[in-house]
Design a binder for this molecule. Structure first.
Ligand code: ADP
Ligand code: MG
Length: 237
């Protein structure tokens, strides 16, 4: 049975989707069979990282029609890596009920070693439903105080709800002179530091090419940090 891990944060734009895509591929390279699920039902963009086109079933179809989520699993160009994409048209977005996510996502446990859930930000019902679909949580924050504080709130709520918070990823570190350093961030947060992903222009370059940076520039600083994160997660099996 696989591990279901939600990738969560307080604010939008911290790097959840980027981390979901890169961690999925890095875990695949470690021989794990992975399914990345786009559970950001209103602002879906995980497919872009995998260069998937719009054809086929989505998480929205699963929620709307009550069908098995396994019918919405798509292959990618990467070995052992699969994706459940989300719809982006308003009709699907308006009809899908996020509260059913915790019922449908765990069905993937039988088929995969890892299920990574790309969640919306915050603590609204759509974000809560996505985050609570996971059994374990990876928090994501940027190195600034408001981001840390909001992500910690999310971590505390999820811990209270009985989820295992593995720790937090400090993403986009080193881009600004006032960035909160990792040691200070760990002191503020009540959770362990899992990885520091540097601010790296290769991440955006890769996104423009429709591929995660671990594929586009495997030797970049960000990619090295993603591979280390994957090793750490596998080390917790
Ligand atoms: P979220 O899913 O949390 O809203 P995204 O993964 O979409 O965040 O990332 C937001 C933006 O930040 C994107 O433009 C992405 O390319 C960029 N980004 C994320 N991580 C990094 C990084 N380590 N270095 C540089 N840019 C990054
Ligand atoms: Mg996102």
């Amino acid at each position: 049975m696989g591990r279901i891990i939600s990738i969560a944060s307080g604010k939008g734009g911290t790097g959840k989707t980027t981390i979901t895509a890169n961690l999925a591929i890095a875990l695949g390279k470690l021989g794990r069979k992975v399914c990345a699920v786009d559970a950001d039902l209103t602002m879906a963009n995980l497919s872009l990282h995998f260069g998937l086109d719009d054809a086929g079933r989505t998480i929205h179809d699963v929620l709307i029609e009550g069908e098995d989520i396994r019918k919405a699993v798509h292959t990618t160009r990467y070995e052992l890596v699969y994706v459940v994409p989300a719809a982006v048209d308003w009709e699907h977005v308006a009809k899908a009920d996020p509260r059913d996510l915790p019922k449908v996502i765990p069905k993937l446990k039988e088929d995969f070693d890892y299920i990574l859930i790309d969640c919306p930000a915050g603590l609204q019902i759509d974000a809560m439903s996505a985050m609570l679909s996971g059994e374990e949580i990876i928090l994501v924050t940027n190195p600034e105080i408001a981001s840390l504080s909001d992500t910690m709130k999310v971590g505390i709520v999820l811990k209270k709800a009985g989820r295992e918070v593995l720790g937090f990823v400090l993403n986009r570190y080193g881009g600004h002179k006032n960035d909160i350093p990792p040691e200070a961030a760990e002191e503020v947060m009540e959770f362990p530091l899992l990885a520091v992903i540097p601010e790296d222009p290769k991440v955006r370059e890769a996104a423009l090419e429709g591929m995660p940076v671990v594929v586009y520039a495997p030797d970049s600083k960000a990619s090295k940090a993603f591979f280390e994160l994957a090793e750490k997660i596998v080390g917790m099996e």
